[in-house]
Design a protein around this ligand. Structure first.
Ligand code: IMO
Ligand code: MG
Length: 475
């Protein structure tokens, strides 16, 4: 059963934390929620997932692999999860690495070992037998592919995380990929490895097949107890009305079909991908929560219309601690982009938004937000970015400046914790109301610091009345 109120004491006068307050209109409480990144990744999806996971029985990752880095700040240390769902950090919760994922078994073992040694592994782990294995040769191939692109034209390098994501998904669709189902069956593994090696003649320095087979078999043996059919587990949970949270990795603008192709990842980090990657049927999906920062970041190459350089860019990078949780690369920083947010809202069918890292902008003079793009051809775009990366590179954002809110001092944070939405600076409430009005999607959660308790539920409908979906679309 979902309960929208924070896991801590409910805010004053608010009764909607009572079980069943949610989705009264559908005659049953919300049980399946998908968390989807609304920008270019790193929106603090992990933090929002962890916040809601307090009420979930199952948390399931639907796609991607070790390219994701979901940081959770706990009182007893920081956990960065790459291939495990954040559900594993909570007692009574099952964290599933779902069918849509590509998982490096050797790195997975390391991640499990690390969490165990720090006593952070509290929930149960399940790994889908349909997830595909990333092998060391995939990282080699990832680098080889980037080399090919750079050689033809430096501008075409994607700036991948180098974790073998693209090649592993390519092999999946090539139908010579190795799934965990095969990985845990030694005789099948040898056979599949023969086939896979036969497709990699272009790669130099491949590890000896026999050594890799031995290494993988040993790893598979240690992981075998986690590997199982996970869809029936989730279907059973749905039948019993238990809460399921789908943890998205990567984000809408990195979707292989709907993102800024070719500067994208090789999976589907959209709400549809959340279903595809878990085996949950569409009519069971009750809510899609989009997560966006109050500004924007991007790691790797590709168009980023609202990017800011210079001192301001460095300021955002420093204040927001914008450094990749997976690769340690500094993230490119920029302003909130309403054209992309409206697009992501329409594409994913967000039912609510969570806005994160509001504290980072506190104390600035003003906050620019892109409300439209002007194209070199004289067109004004408001809710659909050009499909060509080359065209998106050339748009000029039209900014509206918002008054900034004061710095999020400890004192202000304490007041927000105690008094809730009433303690939020009026300037910040103004921006949230603007986002709601412009997207038609209520901003229901606000994150104002990295810690677990620095997330606030703003109430059903957010800070401003929603007007029932997006404004009419005029192509
Ligand atoms: P989370 O889940 C930010 C980016 C890479 C690169 C492109 C393709 O933490 O939001 P890939 O290795 O996937 O083939 O790289 O996608 N990218 C991410 N950027 N956060 C992520 O995950 C990302 N996963 C991939 O930087 O530009
Ligand atoms: Mg990340």
């Amino acid at each position: 059963m979902w309960n929208r109120a924070p896991p801590g004491p409910p805010t004053r006068g608010d009764k909607s934390h009572l079980p069943g307050a949610l989705r009264e209109d559908r005659g049953r409480p919300t049980s399946v929620i998908a968390i989807v990144g609304a920008q270019f990744g790193d929106e603090a999806k992990g933090k929002i997932t962890d916040y809601l996971a307090a009420q979930a029985r199952y948390v399931v990752r639907s796609g991607g692999g070790p390219n994701a880095g979901h940081s959770i700040h706990l009182t007893d240390g920081q956990a960065v999860l790459h291939q495990l769902s954040v559900g594993v950090l909570r007692r009574e919760t099952v964290g599933i690495s779902g069918p849509g994922m590509v998982i490096n078994p050797l790195q997975l073992e390391e991640e499990i070992r690390d969490l165990k040694s720090r006593h952070l592994l509290k929930g149960e782990i399940m790994i889908s037998e349909r997830a595909h294995a990333i092998l060391p040769l995939h990282s080699l191939e990832d680098r080889w592919e980037e080399g090919v692109r750079a050689k033809v034209s430096p501008a075409t390098a994607v700036g991948t995380t180098g974790r073998g994501i693209g090649p592993a998904y390519a092999d999946r669709y090539g139908r010579w990929g190795i799934r965990f189902a095969e990985l845990v069956r030694p005789h099948l593994l040898a056979q599949r490895l023969d086939l896979l090696y036969a497709t990699k003649a272009h790669l130099a320095d491949l590890p000896a097949k026999s050594e890799l087979l031995a290494e993988l078999s040993a790893s598979a043996g240690r992981l075998a107890s986690y590997v199982r059919a996970t869809e029936p587990v989730l279907w059973g949970a749905i039948a019993r009305g238990e809460s399921i949270l789908i943890e998205g990795a990567q984000s809408a603008l990195l979707d292989v079909d709907y993102g800024t192709y070719p500067y994208v990842t090789s999976s589907h980090p959209t709400s549809v991908g959340a279903l595809l990657g878990t085996g949950i049927p569409p009519q069971e999906l009750d809510e899609v929560i989009g997560v966006a920062k109050a500004y924007a970041t991007r790691v790797g190459a590709g168009p980023f219309p609202t990017e800011v350089g210079g001192e301001m860019g460095e300021y955002l990078q420093r204040e927001g601690k914008e450094r990749g949780a997976t690769t340690g690369r500094p993230r490119r920083c920029g302003w909130l982009d309403m054209v992309l947010l409206r697009y992501a809202a329409r594409l994913n069918g967000f039912s609510a938004l969570a806005i994160t890292k509001a504290d980072v902008l506190g104390g600035l003079e003003e906050i620019p937000v892109a409300v439209a793009y002007d194209t070199p051809g004289g067109e004004r775009l408001t809710d659909y970015p050009p499909a060509l990366a080359e065209d998106l590179e050339k748009v000029r954002p039209v900014y509206r400046n918002f008054p900034a809110w004061p710095e999020f001092t400890e004192r202000l944070k304490e007041r927000v914790r105690r008094e809730g939405v009433h303690a939020l600076p009026a300037e910040l409430r103004g921006l949230l109301a603007f986002i709601t009005a412009e997207t038609g999607i209520p901003v229901e959660w606000l994150s104002y610091g990295p810690m677990r308790d620095e997330t606030l539920w703003l109430g059903r409908g957010g800070t401003a009345p929603a007007h029932g979906g997006l404004p009419p679309w005029s192509p």
